[in-house]
Ligand binder design. Structure first.
Ligand code: SF4
Length: 353
């Protein structure tokens, strides 16, 4: 269900980010449109190279430049376009109102400072507190994220923590200024499964406690199912499907989403076989024309999907798709060729006849 405009915390419109490399122009994000609502967890899912992390860096204005450049679009947070803010104003928002945690906590923490110093620094950057008060706050937030003996461990260095505990330190640092939005980029991917579950559980609990929205970036549909209210599926620089988690998992409309879900083993599923998505994500220096998924799509409509980029269609309230199966052009193509392509209500793993 679409929510009223006052519930929108962040709105990304027509975002376009390229990287100008010696090999050529990498068209990493061609057009991304996403709304993030207050207090929701939105999953951003897709294969590696689909543009998920570049979207996150673009939101925060930290795309490495050169070679990266945001060429177009708006990133509207609390009614103001972050792309038009000065560096100084953006620094006030980054880490304070919007925080981010990365996949590998070891590379995000400075090895020569204690974790307490690093959390305190984040606090003092945005709040008028003394060093002593910042340390007390650091201990409190470390306890909150489940680091035992936080009053002692605050003086430890990152190498003295396990991978899971380091990720808790990163979460503590991100939460230290009560952000309204947390961007978590594959926060549990480098951890073993039991620690992964603990970190995801911690994120869930803290988002409720802090009344915080989360953009959770992952390639793992299982994590999305466990954590998210809505999901945006991304492929080669575009959002191809976005909607409520229950709707998307029950009846995905986009061939790529169906491929991702069809590849997950589920003992309860009605389908007989796992499906595969043939081929690989394209080279974005020279991506396929129009719908970038067309060389891998079983429902490809020649002369349409490779010629005209499908526009975004709302197939039901709050459920948007970018695919010709649901556009007027697509319906005309199917009629002309006497072929049926509508797959939205067909169980995953079953092909149309
Ligand atoms: Fe497949 Fe065409 Fe839809 Fe692209 S637009 S996903 S090629 S049916």
């Amino acid at each position: 269900m679409s929510r009223p405009p006052e519930d929108v915390l962040l709105e990304i419109k027509g975002l376009k980010t390229y990287f100008f490399t010696e090999e050529g122009v990498v068209k990493a994000i061609e057009s991304v449109d996403i709304e993030v609502y207050k207090s929701e967890t939105l999953g951003l899912v897709g294969e590696s190279g689909s543009g998920k992390s570049v979207t996150a860096l673009s939101i925060l204005g930290i795309v490495p430049d050169p070679p990266g450049k945001i060429l177009d679009g708006q990133v509207v947070f609390h009614g103001q376009d972050l792309r038009h803010l000065s560096d100084a104003d953006m620094r006030k928002i980054r880490g304070n109102q919007i925080a981010m945690i990365f996949q590998d906590p070891m590379t995000s923490l400075n090895p020569v400072f204690t974790v307490g110093d690093q959390i305190s620094e984040a606090i003092m950057l945005h709040q008028k507190v003394s060093k002593k008060e910042a340390k007390e706050k650091s201990i409190k937030i470390m306890s909150l994220v489940g680091i035992p003996s936080a009053d002692e461990r605050v003086d430890n260095y990152p190498f003295e923590f396990s991978g899971g505990m380091r990720q808790r330190v990163m979460i503590a640092m991100a939460l230290s200024c009560n952000p309204e939005l947390l961007i978590a980029d594959e926060p549990s991917t480098s951890l073993d499964v039991t620690i992964q579950a603990q970190i995801l559980e911690l994120l869930k609990a803290t988002s409720e406690e802090f009344d915080m929205s989360i953009i959770l970036i992952t390639h793992d549909m299982g994590v999305i199912a466990e954590m998210c209210d809505r999901v945006a599926v991304m492929y080669a620089g575009y959002i191809c499907e976005i909607g409520d988690i229950m709707i998307i998992f029950k009846s995905p409309f986009h061939p790529y989403t169906r491929g991702l879900l069809g590849a997950i083993p589920r003992p309860d599923a009605e389908r007989e076989d796992l499906t595969i998505i043939r081929g690989a994500i394209p080279n974005l220096i020279n991506p396929p024309s129009a719908c970038r998924f067309h060389p891998r799509c079983d429902y490809f409509m020649q002369g349409l999907c490779d010629v005209i980029l499908p526009s975004i269609i709302e197939v039901e309230p709050g459920h948007d798709i970018r695919c010709h199966i649901y556009t007027e052009e697509g319906k005309a193509w199917m009629q002309k060729h006497g072929q049926q392509r509508e797959i939205g209500k067909i169980p995953i793993g079953k092909a149309i006849n």
